[in-house]
Write a protein that binds this ligand. Structure first.
Ligand code: BES
Ligand code: MG
Ligand code: ZN
Length: 489
């Protein structure tokens, strides 16, 4: 999708489709702004008969078949006092999806001045992500989306406005969405490793893919315990992005990469949505999406590691038994009292591996617990951190990009829930506070001097219905926050 700005006098504008945003107040004077295309008085009459007041999400569509302007869409943005960045993006996102198949180019005029390049970039990003479609697996595969260009009308002039970085970020988010939405017979651990190699090739990253044997040599007994119930080989993926010149900071991003989670012998039954468990690699999708975006953006002074212990959680004759004791690569033993708490087992070895690289900070993302979905729903991800600076930086970054995070406690007293009679710990605590014990479990697997944050995206990586800038399906949650957090360094 192309973005552009129209920076000349509006009287000179010559498009065919215009979206005009209107606030829920003083409509008459707002309509004066578009006198360059239609007679405001005429329009006011029409609007009044249709009882349109500019209320948030209200849409009026006018077709002018015999005129230069063929299509005018007036969109209500609500009251000024209630305006916020997120709402504006969501309202426009919902509109864009309605017209994506109808117009090749649309222009947008808002009832206020766009004051910065950043503001326009954010709008462009939301528009593109809202219009996203995935027809890889159906017969619309070769259909070209009609909407190709979005133009912003604005009287503020910007010199050399660029949408390049916006495009790189969108490509990262869209990659994550495609990975998450791909079914488990398509996106296998091997397929994921091939995608990672492609990113490495495209953006000049170092790549290491470890097979089961190499993981065994590193003592990754927790990760391999999960993988051994599947006929598919696990693939441990490690990408490295090194800035040119001196390195000021080392970062590791770790993602849960279960290409399918059946639950294992603690099989997912009833309402546990086994058929959706292709999205159990949402954390790794965010990490690989960030790798793609950052590989293209090339931030300075950083060494960034992207790590995924990819595998499936399945059942066969050699699958892990509920009750097995395994040893992770940091030497700690784990009693697997529930095979469905598999993500933390894979992360145990992935975090140990990350920790051994001696980074300044580690962030892991994982569709880790159903409990976080109960606690925070589908719009907010939970996060935990052992470091206040990192927690604050993440909050700032996520707020800047409009991905919502809510900090949860590392409640030490709940650690008792992971006590085992036979091993150093169990992998599963009581149902109550299930997301917290999961985070406490992860904390056992890296050097405590490393700043760490864990983001549980079980609720946010997928949406059943269109939701603001997210079309129904995979959201790509996490990519934007990771990229912004790195950009802020
Ligand atoms: N992948 C699931 C978590 C999940 C649940 C993600 C719902 C998205 C939606 C994870 O592996 C899991 O099964 N967790 C268990 C843990 C329990 C056995 C302690 C859960 O949350 O039920
Ligand atoms: Mg599970
Ligand atoms: Zn899982």
């Amino acid at each position: 999708m192309q973005f552009s700005t129209f920076q000349k006098n509006l009287d000179e504008w010559q498009g065919v489709s215009l979206i005009f945003g209107v606030l829920e107040e003083e409509i008459e004077s707002q309509l004066e702004t578009i006198k360059f295309v239609v007679d405001p008085k005429l329009l006011l009459k029409k609007i009044t008969t249709k009882k349109f007041k500019g209320e948030k999400g209200g849409i009026l569509n006018f077709e002018f078949l015999d005129q230069k302007l063929e299509n005018l869409i007036i969109i209500g943005l609500g009251k000024t006092k209630n305006l916020n960045k997120g709402d504006i993006k969501n309202t426009l996102g919902n509109l864009i999806r309605k017209i994506v198949d109808k117009n090749e180019k649309i222009s947008i005029l808002l009832p206020w001045e766009l004051n910065s390049q950043l503001e326009i970039n954010h709008l462009a990003e939301s528009m593109r992500l809202s219009a996203y479609k995935d027809n890889r697996f159906n017969k619309k595969k070769d259909e070209k989306r009609v909407l190709r260009e979005i133009e912003f009308l604005n009287s503020n002039k910007f010199e050399n406005i660029s949408f390049e970085e916006t495009e790189k970020i969108c490509e990262g988010v869209e990659l994550a969405r495609r990975l998450v939405a791909a079914p488990p017979n398509s996106l296998t651990p091997q397929a994921m490793s091939i995608k990672a190699s492609q990113i490495a090739k495209d953006h000049d990253l170092e790549i290491k893919i470890l097979d089961a044997k190499e993981c065994e040599n590193l003592g990754m007994g927790a990760y391999l315990a999960v993988a051994k119930g599947s006929d598919l080989e696990p693939k441990f993926i490690h990408l490295t992005l090194k800035s040119e010149g001196p390195i000021k900071e080392k970062i590791a991003l770790v993602g849960k990469g279960l290409t399918f989670d059946s639950g294992g012998y603690n099989l997912k039954v009833g309402a546990s949505q086994i058929e959706m468990m292709k999205y159990d690699m949402g954390g790794s999708a965010a990490v690989l999406g960030a790798a793609k975006a950052l590989g293209a953006i090339k931030p300075k002074g950083l060494e960034i590691h992207f790590i995924v212990a990819a595998c499936e959680n399945m059942i066969n004759g050699s699958a892990v038994h509920p009750g097995d004791v395994v040893k992770a690569s940091n030497g700690k033993t784990i009693e697997i009292n529930n095979t469905d708490a598999e993500g933390r087992l894979t992360l145990a070895d992935a975090l140990t591996y990350a920790s051994n690289l001696k980074p300044d900070s580690i962030i892991d993302l994982a569709t880790l617990t159903g409990a976080i979905v109960i606690a925070l729903g589908n719009d907010v991800a939970g996060f935990w951190s052992n470091n206040n600076d990192l927690a604050n930086d993440l909050k700032t970054a996520s707020a800047e990009v409009g991905e919502e995070l809510w900090q949860m406690p590392l409640q030490k007293s709940y650690k008792d829930g992971l006590k085992s009679h036979i091993a150093d710990m169990k992998n599963t605590g009581p149902r109550a506070g299930g997301s917290i014990t999961a985070a406490l479990f992860l904390e056992e697997f890296f050097d405590e001097n490393i700043k760490w944050a864990h983001i549980d995206i079980a609720g946010t990586c997928w949406t059943d219905k269109n939701n603001g800038i997210n079309p129904s399906g995979a959201t790509g949650f996490g990519v934007k926050t990771l990229v912004q957090w790195i950009k802020n360094k």
